[in-house]
Design a protein around this ligand. Structure first.
Ligand SMILES: C[S@@+](CC[C@H](N)C(=O)[O-])C[C@H]1O[C@@H](n2cnc3c(N)ncnc32)[C@H](O)[C@@H]1O
Length: 227
C-alpha cells in the first residue's frame, strides 16, 4: 500500500523519452502533470535559457523538463527545503543524465536566495517559483533581485480552481496567491499574464512575467515603464 511517506515509482514521459524511474516523494502518478512539464520546457526554449533557478524541487519532475531545455553548458539551480525530497530529485536527475548541469540545494528558499544575492550571483535567464504558496510574494521579490531585464519568471498554481477570485479566504495558500497576484499586477518591474489550465489536477494556472527592470522600485519608474 502506498502512503504519503512512500517514495512512489511513477512512469512518465519527459520530452518524448520514457522515464520509468522518476520518483516523487509522497506524490502519486496522477498528481504529476506532463502538460505542465512540457509547457515549462517550451518556455525555457522560447527564452533561450542558459541558466534557470527553480524554487521548490520535490522529486525533480519540473526540474527535468526545464533542464532538458538547457544547452549542454547550461545550468539549473533548484532549491528544496526537505532533504528527503532533494535526495529523490538528485537520484531522478542522475537517472535522466542531467546530474552534471543541475544542482539541488537544500535549504529554505528565502535564505538561499539571500545568500546568492549577497555573493553576487549572476542573474538567471528564467526563474520557476513552485514552493510554499504563502511565501510566493517574497520569492518573487527575491527572484527579481536575481534577474536582468528579459528574465522570464514563471509561478505555478496561481488560479487554484478559481478560488483566488472569490475574495476573503481561509486557506493560507489561496491568501498567499491572492497577495502574490496583486503584487505581480502592481509591480512596474514586470509585465505579466496569467494562463489558466485544466488537467489531471483540475483547474489551475501559471503566471508568466517578463522582467523589464530590476532593483528597488523608484519614483517615476511606474510611469516610464508603462510607456
Ligand atoms: C509543489 S512542490 C514542487 C514541485 C516541482 N516543482 C514539480 O513541479 O515537480 C513544492 C516543493 O517545495 C518545497 N518547499 C516548500 N517550501 C519551501 C521553501 N520555503 N524553500 C524551499 N523549498 C520549499 C516542498 O518541500 C516541495 O518539495
Amino acid at each position: 500500500m502506498r502512503t504519503s511517506s512512500t517514495f512512489s515509482a511513477v512512469r512518465t514521459t519527459c520530452c518524448g523519452r520514457r522515464s520509468n524511474a522518476l520518483r516523487q516523494p509522497g506524490c502519486l502518478p496522477s498528481t504529476c502533470r506532463p502538460s505542465l512539464g512540457r509547457f515549462l520546457h517550451v518556455l525555457a526554449l522560447a527564452c533561450s535559457a542558459r541558466s534557470i533557478l527553480e524554487i521548490g524541487t520535490l522529486g525533480g519532475y519540473s526540474t527535468i523538463w526545464l533542464a532538458r531545455a538547457l544547452p549542454v553548458d547550461g545550468r539549473l539551480l533548484s532549491l528544496e527545503v526537505e532533504p528527503r525530497h532533494a535526495a529523490v530529485a538528485r537520484e531522478n536527475l542522475a537517472h535522466a543524465g542531467l546530474g552534471d548541469r543541475v544542482e539541488v540545494r537544500v535549504g529554505a528558499a528565502l535564505g538561499v536566495l539571500k545568500d546568492l544575492r549577497d555573493n553576487g550571483a549572476d542573474p538567471y535567464d528564467m526563474v520557476f517559483i513552485d514552493a510554499d504558496k504563502p511565501a510566493y510574494t517574497e520569492h518573487l521579490d527575491a527572484a527579481l533581485q536575481l534577474s536582468r531585464p528579459g528574465t522570464l519568471i514563471v509561478a505555478d498554481n496561481v488560479v487554484r480552481g478559481g478560488k483566488v477570485t472569490l475574495g476573503a479566504a481561509d486557506d493560507e495558500a489561496v491568501v498567499g496567491i491572492q497577495r502574490f497576484n496583486a503584487a505581480l499586477a502592481a509591480d512596474p518591474r514586470v509585465t505579466a499574464a496569467v494562463i489558466q489550465q485544466v488537467g489531471v489536477k483540475g483547474h489551475d494556472g501559471m503566471a508568466i512575467a517578463v522582467v523589464r527592470a530590476t532593483g528597488p522600485r523608484k519614483r517615476g519608474q511606474d510611469e516610464a515603464l508603462r510607456r
